[in-house]
Design a protein around this ligand. Structure first.
Ligand code: IPD
Ligand code: CA
Ligand code: CA
Length: 274
């Protein structure tokens, strides 16, 4: 179903959602650490707290009041209207384990997809006071300042980030290792913040597997609008149906190199007919 909402009204909504989540998450923090002991481990082995559930419920209320004809996909409360022209994709707290541990990389991920493409991405990190905003066709901003990725032609000089190799399914470990072993340095545990820092020109490559659409949709406009390139491991642009694999590079030339390395074994298998 078509919606009358345009990019400007949707961006306004995305910022309102980010303000709301920042305020709610801020209330559960004491000295940068999560206050309540109410975390539970879900079936997919990721944590959820009462704050995750409450934030997402509130964001969904705001969206449905303003845009009843929009769909919503959220980590904690399911999905409706996936086929709508406009679909909001919500991760109320990305990095819940970090939130519980008081490591300040946790934040809310808010994306708006139009006809399946993520055209708005907002990542808000309440403990850092950092908000990354990406809009298709516009430069990415961090707290209002325009961001640009940095050039990095050689893997040997690259800083690579992965949220945690623990989340890579066994079948993806070899491909990851081919890339990892050629880079200069690795940072683990930065969760979504890694993709913001890549947009900012402070990380060269970010790679993950085992992720869901709410973990990654916001990355697409943020990385692209800063001059980087982001796709799945087959080189396809991210859409509402993407996951579980994502690869981002600040320098598009390095993205091509990384993609080739990730696919090398598959290509060898295809040649051998296995
Ligand atoms: C997790 C984070 C983490 C990634 C996990 C996700 P959550 O999200 O994105 O960086 O490695 O796969 O589940 O559960 O904290 O929203
Ligand atoms: Ca997440
Ligand atoms: Ca989450």
């Amino acid at each position: 179903m078509a919606s009358t909402a345009n990019l400007v009204t949707c961006l306004r909504m995305a910022i309102e959602l980010a303000e709301t989540s920042r305020e709610m998450i801020g209330r559960s923090l004491v000295d940068g650490a999560f206050r309540h002991g109410d975390a539970t481990l879900k079936e997919d082995r990721s944590f959820v707290t009462a704050t995750d559930a409450a934030v997402e419920a509130r964001l969904r209320e705001i969206i449905s009041r303003r845009f009843p004809d929009h769909g919503v996909i959220g980590e904690e409360h399911g999905e409706h209207g996936r086929g709508c022209s406009h679909v909001w994709v919500l991760d109320p707290i990305d990095g819940t384990a970090a939130f519980m541990a008081g490591i300040p990389v946790f934040g809310s991920l808010i994306a708006c997809c139009v006809d399946g493409d993520p055209v708005i991405g907002v990542m808000d990190f309440p403990a850092l006071g950092a908000r990354f905003v990406g809009v298709a066709g516009e430069p990415t901003r961090l707290n209002g300042n325009v961001l640009k990725t940095r050039p990095c032609a050689e893997l040997a000089g690259a800083i690579l980030s992965a949220s945690s190799p623990d989340f890579f399914p066994p079948g993806d470990i070899q491909a990851f290792e081919r890339l990892r072993s050629r880079t200069a340095w690795r940072i683990y545990g930065a969760a979504a913040l890694a993709y913001g820092r890549l947009a900012q020109g402070r990380i060269d490559l970010s790679i993950d597997s085992g992720l869901k659409i709410w973990d990654i949709a916001a990355f697409a406009p943020i990385v692209s609008g800063a001059g980087g390139r982001i796709t799945d491991w087959a080189g396809a642009p991210l859409t509402i149906d993407s996951g579980p694999r994502v690869l981002a590079a600040g320098d598009p030339a390095m993205h091509a190199v990384a993609l080739e390395l990730l696919g090398r074994e598959d290509a060898a298998k295809r040649r051998a007919g296995t």
